[in-house]
Design a binder for this molecule. Sequence first.
Ligand SMILES: Cc1cc2nc3c(=O)[nH]c(=O)nc-3n(C[C@H](O)[C@H](O)[C@H](O)COP(=O)(O)O)c2cc1C
Length: 214
Amino acid sequence: MENLHDKRKVYEKSQLIESEIKQNPIEQFRDWFLDAVENPAISEANAMAVSTMEDDGCPRTRMVLLKAYTYEGFIFYTNYDSRKGRAIEKTHKACLHFFWPSLERQIIIKANLERVAENLSDGYFHSRPKGSQLGAVVSPQSQEIPDREFLESKLKDLEKQFENKEVPRPENWGGYIAKPYEIEFWQGRPNRLHDRIIYKLEGGIDWKNSRLAP
Ligand SMILES: Cc1cc2nc3c(=O)[nH]c(=O)nc-3n(C[C@H](O)[C@H](O)[C@H](O)COP(=O)(O)O)c2cc1C
């Protein structure tokens, strides 16, 4: 057994205090997201963990890429028939999680999810490189497949079929918008007295924030 008891880090890079935070958590997200994007130690600032609830009462988490955010919510793209897609279609909820170690920051977002408008999914789908478009067509995401060859031979066939043609977006592939109702910002601080500010949406319109014990 590897003992990790002495593996600990001092958090001292920044602080999160009431007099400096934004009243709107999306604006706070924007400040932190831009810090992450500009930080050379962070290669994919928009990579986030998405947890969905499964029928056995256990959440399941996987990474996806955040592709846009607005005052309304956070958008990512996936296969609607995937394991996460099926969970979202059932519960319409997910928890998004960002952790940027070099900034000593995490953000936890609880949200209601909806499919984005079809024209938005079309626009994003066709903005992707052709190989990624074909990959989305080829892959029955989350289903068991016999072997790798299954994907590669399908890809070869489709490359021929769509050589000089636009690839239509599969109906089961598109975006979700995660509309937040709770967002927590965590900033690591010395002596494990970390800063935690949680924003909650009240009455569907007003964001109220408060401090949580670390
Ligand atoms: C950094 C990273 C980014 C990813 N981005 C996406 C994405 O944007 N959309 C997606 O469907 N899968 C993405 N994946 C793959 C997912 O983690 C996952 O394997 C896949 O969506 C199937 O998940 P599911 O079976 O739980 O539905 C990404 C994986 C990693 C590691």
